[in-house]
Structure formats: C-alpha cells, structure tokens
Design a protein around this ligand. Structure first.
Ligand code: SAH
Length: 455
C-alpha cells in the first residue's frame, strides 16, 4: 500500500533513531516519529512521505511504553532543546551507551567491546551553567524571552528551563520588567531594528557567582543605572555587562564587551582547578559531568609524574591542566587564539608551570613539531570537535608511538572512524566510558583508552 502526506495511522514504535526520534513500521514502510519512545503504540499523521520512509507527527499515544515518562517541562514538545524528556533517565543512558557501542561496531568494526562504565547524573536536571535566551515580542505584543521552537526562530516563551539554574527565572523577570518600564525595544530579526537581542547568563556551580550579559544591537542601553540596580542585589551577582552585536546574522555574541558593574569575569572550579570565565570564554556547560569525564580521561592516561603528554584540540586547556597535576610536561594545541590565551591565564592562575600551549591546527602543529623538532609523547589525549581528527593527526600519532592514546569524543561516528585507523595494527581499544554531559538531550560524550600493542 502507498502512503502519502496527511494519512493517519496507528503504529508500534520499535526502535529509536540517532536524534532520539521513535521509529515504527506500517506494513513495512518505515516512519520516524518525534516525541515517541520504544514500546509506544501511537496514532500518527504523515507529514512527509518519501519512497521508502517518511516522517510523521505524533497525534496521540494510544498505549504508552513502560519507559515513557510525562515530561517535567510544559513546553518539552514545542521547544527545540530536549529530545529525550519522554524517556526514563535509565533508558536515556541505555540509548546513549548503545549509540556509542553501535557506532564502534558498525563503523569501526569493533565487535567485542563492552562499556567500561556509563557515567550518568544523580540529578539529571538544572545542570547547565550557561543559558542564552533570545528576546522578542509575542503575537500579542508582549516582550518575551524563552527558546527557539525546534528548527525555527520563533520564540516559545519560557523563563523556567529545567536544565538551567533556578535563579535564571528571577534574573529574566527583572530584565523583562526593566525593558517594559524603560521602554526598551527587543530586537526584531526580520527588520534588524530594536535593541535587546539575547540575554546570556552564567553561573559558577562551585562559587555561586553569577554573570549577566545583555547582547544588544547598539552600544548603550537607556536607563543603564536602572538596569544595574534591578540586578546587582541578587545574591551571587558578580558581573554585569553588555555585548555589542550589530550584525544581521545568527551568531549570538559580538566581539565587544562593555562592563557595567562588578568584575569582568566569574570564577569557577573543575576539580581543584580554578577558571576565570568572561562572557566570550568557552567553558564546558555541565561542570559536574565535565569533572567526571576529564577525571576518567586522567585515570585512563595512567600518569605517574614522568610522562610527556600532548593534549590536542585543547580549548581553554581544561584537560591539559587536569593532566598537568600528574604529568611531567603537558603540551596543548588549539586553533582558536583567545582560547589559548585563556588556557595560559588559567595555568598561571593555578600556578601550573608544566603546561605549554600552541595556537594552530593540530594537523599542522603536530606533524611539524614531530618532523622538525622530533618531539615525543608518552600519552596523547585528543578531544576533537564533531568532525573528529584530521588524517594527518592520526598518521603523526601513529609515527610518534605513544604508549597510550586517550580519545575524548563528542561524536561516536567519527570516533569509530578514527579508531579504525589507529587500531588497524598499532593500537588496541582497552576501555570505553560513556559519559552523559547532556541529560534529556541526544548528544553523548565518550572516552576511549587505546594501548600500544607489544609485538
Ligand atoms: N577540551 C577542550 C574542549 C575541546 S572542544 C576544553 O575543555 O576546553 C574541541 C576544540 O577543538 C575546540 O576548542 C575547537 O576550537 C578546537 N579545534 C577545532 N578544530 C581544530 C583543529 N583543526 N586544530 C586544533 N584545534 C581545533
């Protein structure tokens, strides 16, 4: 039977896709249905029908799966942020483990790997230390803030995101209140007019320090004193600033910061290491899980204090500084110059003198240093972006022959592709840990330990 758009049918959800969507079959025809979970029987409406598969929208759950959970957030379906809120946390972790092991098997050809551990959160809510809220007007003309609805730029009003910290709500209320009273216009993407584009909030989990940065289409705000006054008495408030972004694009932050009150940064810790975080700094968004993830990387590196370690794609040096506590010398490589400035400053702040940082592409810096300077490594740690490691990085690592390679990955498909190259002859996979940095969302991080084979 041929299916077409707007057909309504009943299906059983039997599988889950990479983006967390449910998958079911109607007479052999595969349908992807967002917001359903394995075990649901659901009435769905076909939105897009291709020859061999289609996308359908959930109309109603006829018989819920025993793993289905009522989402805690009232706008979970409309908001583009969480994909797995409908699934019990236990099953979310299983989904993530299977995703990593499945990719290692299918793409990498590693058939006998078990997860050494799956690192979940005790409380998988309110874990994000950073939030960026777009500001706009509702259909009724009220100033609102919230989140973009999935794949669009229309704002779903919400000041109480359950992934963020609770104080955000109070801060947002006060900012909207200031905007209403002082007649401050929200930015309108369509016309490029109006002033306030986004509100950036950051929170130090260990220090309780709060940062507010208002991103504006201009270089000043009216009644600045009233804005500061509305915020500065909130307990923990440490830094209030403006960020100038007058460009008509989708990038949230501009380059210029105008400090208004307090410090220009907040301070936070991951483990024993202290970080100064400014509005433009990169910083991991889930500090609790970051500590566990990098702790696992450190454990896998098995350092005794004598090792030379390279940390490729080092960002602001979070892993490098973690490793430096237990290694003889650490070298970090990162492509973004301000991130390296942060890394150097953080090293100094923590009185770590055995970490050195280089700006450049890992695929250029590493081969060059190896061929021209004959650098060596006992351990190499990589934490690449989603596209994984460049071929030149993999080949140079193979030539350098470190005893151990620790691969931290945010995309298990490219992890599997790269491990296949590394493990063709010289290395073998010793351990894989799966770490949930983004509960309720589909992304998953993993750490993999490779040992050099002894011939
Ligand atoms: N471990 C880091 C985060 C790594 S995220 C931290 O905790 O800060 C991946 C990093 O790789 C990003 O900082 C990105 O800027 C950097 N990057 C991307 N492509 C790169 C390349 N070709 N060479 C070096 N670094 C790169």
């Amino acid at each position: 039977m041929e299916f077409k758009k707007n057909d309504i049918l009943t299906i059983d959800i039997e599988d889950m896709g990479h983006d967390g969507e449910g998958i079911g079959k109607a007479e052999g025809y595969t349908l992807f249905v967002k917001d359903t979970v394995i075990g649901d029987r659901a009435e769905v409406k076909i939105m897009k029908a291709k020859k061999n598969y289609g996308y359908a929208r959930l109309l109603q759950v006829l018989k819920p799966s025993q793993d289905r959970r009522e989402p805690r957030c009232s706008i979970a379906r409309a908001c583009g942020g969480c994909q797995l809120q409908f699934l019990s946390y236990e099953k979310q972790l299983e989904f993530k483990k299977n995703k990593v092991l499945g990719n290692l098997q299918r793409i990498g050809g590693f058939t006998n790997i078990q997860a050494d551990r799956v690192i979940g959160m005790e409380e998988p809510w309110h874990y994000r230390n950073k939030a960026q809220f777009p500001v706009g007007r509702s259909k009724e003309g009220k100033i609102i803030t919230g989140f973009y609805a999935g794949r669009t730029h229309s704002i779903v009003a919400n000041q109480d995101c359950l992934l963020g910290v609770e104080v955000n709500q109070e801060i947002l209320n006060r900012i909207l209140n200031y905007m209403e009273t002082c007649h401050v216009e929200p930015y309108d993407e369509k016309t490029g007019t109006g002033l306030v584009r986004h509100i950036l909030l950051r929170y130090g989990f260990k220090t309780g320090e709060i940062m507010v940065c208002l991103i504006i289409n201009g270089d000043r705000i009216p009644d600045q004193d009233k804005f500061v006054e509305a915020l500065k008495y909130i307990s923990g408030m440490t830094s209030i600033s403006l960020n100038v972004n007058t460009k008509r694009n989708n990038v949230i932050l501009g380059e210029k910061i105008i400090p208004l009150w307090g410090k220009e940064y907040i301070t936070d810790y991951i483990g024993e290491i202290q970080y100064q975080i400014s509005p433009l700094s990169f910083y991991q968004v889930n500090p609790i899980q970051t500590e566990k993830l990098y702790g696992t990387a450190l454990e896998y590196a098995g350092l005794t204090g004598k090792e030379t370690v390279w940390d490729l794609y080092c960002g602001i040096g979070t892993i490098s500084l973690f490793l430096a506590q237990k290694a003889k010398q650490v070298y970090g490589v990162e492509i973004v110059p301000p991130a390296i400035e942060d890394a150097k400053r953080n090293a100094k702040l923590n009185e770590i003198s055995n970490a050195e940082f280089f700006v450049g592409k890992a695929e250029e810096v590493l081969p060059e240093k190896y061929e021209k300077e004959g650098i060596r490594a006992d351990v190499i740690v990589v934490d690449p972006p989603r596209k994984g490691c460049d071929g030149a990085v993999l080949q140079t690592m193979l030539k350098m022959q470190p005893e151990k390679i620790v691969y931290v990955s945010c995309d298990s498909a490219t992890l599997a592709r790269d491990l296949k190259v590394l493990c063709e002859k010289e290395y073998q996979v010793e351990k894989v840990a799966v770490c949930d940095m983004f509960p309720q969302g589909v992304h998953v991080e993993s750490v993999c330990l490779l040992n050099r084979r002894n011939e």
